[in-house]
Ligand binder design. Sequence first.
Ligand code: ADP
Ligand code: MG
Length: 224
Amino acid sequence: MSEPVLVTRDLKRSFVQGDVTIEVLRGVDLEVAPGEIVALLGPSGSGKSTLLQAVGLLEGGFQGSIRLAGEEASRLDDEGRTRVRRELLGFVYQFHHLLPEFNAVENVVLPQLVKGTQPEAARQRARELLGTLGLSERLDHRPARLSGGEQQRVAVARALANKPPLILADEPTGNLDEHTADVVIAEFLRLVRGEGTAALVATHNERMAAKMDRVVRLHEGRLE
Ligand code: ADP
Ligand code: MG
């Protein structure tokens, strides 16, 4: 069997506020296999975002082990973390975080240029991804001229642009109405499966979670 793309061991994260310490993650053990789509289910406040931020190396302050494609996060310096984020991870958030002054294609091209892809190849990849997501007619629209569902599709295309082995998605359809959320998540899953990318998708929606390959639940700081 090939090596997991993500392994966490006894991952702990707490926040100190005044005299109070909130233990959010109390020992999370998680493995995600290459190409596997895992739903991270839990009610609001259960620590889903905290877990994704730790795994995404967006903040330190955790204890325990995080290995991404075999690289131990705690052994990486700032530069190493930036490299791992760029080479191994794609992010989708609840709000799209697209660059407002750039159109849809440009938003998907930019991370590829940062990685060193040639501009024409990057544009080609962007057009393909956006086309697969039904946005062929919206390529030159800026985010403000896209609907919420379209904005999230662009954010999905951007996350996949560099073919990362693991996508981290934090309630990627949490800001959409129910029908649009269903359509966008179905397209997200189809595209991610087609690309063979693994994904860890935080959601509080049981029905949505059931569409993924496996469901893990955050309860009192651990997975069950
Ligand atoms: P979820 O994403 O499942 O809704 P979060 O990971 O955002 O949950 O939050 C889990 C808990 O951690 C909450 O009680 C939240 O208030 C607390 N928390 C998250 N981030 C911080 C922070 N930076 N400082 C203090 N407490 C935090
Ligand atoms: Mg959250």
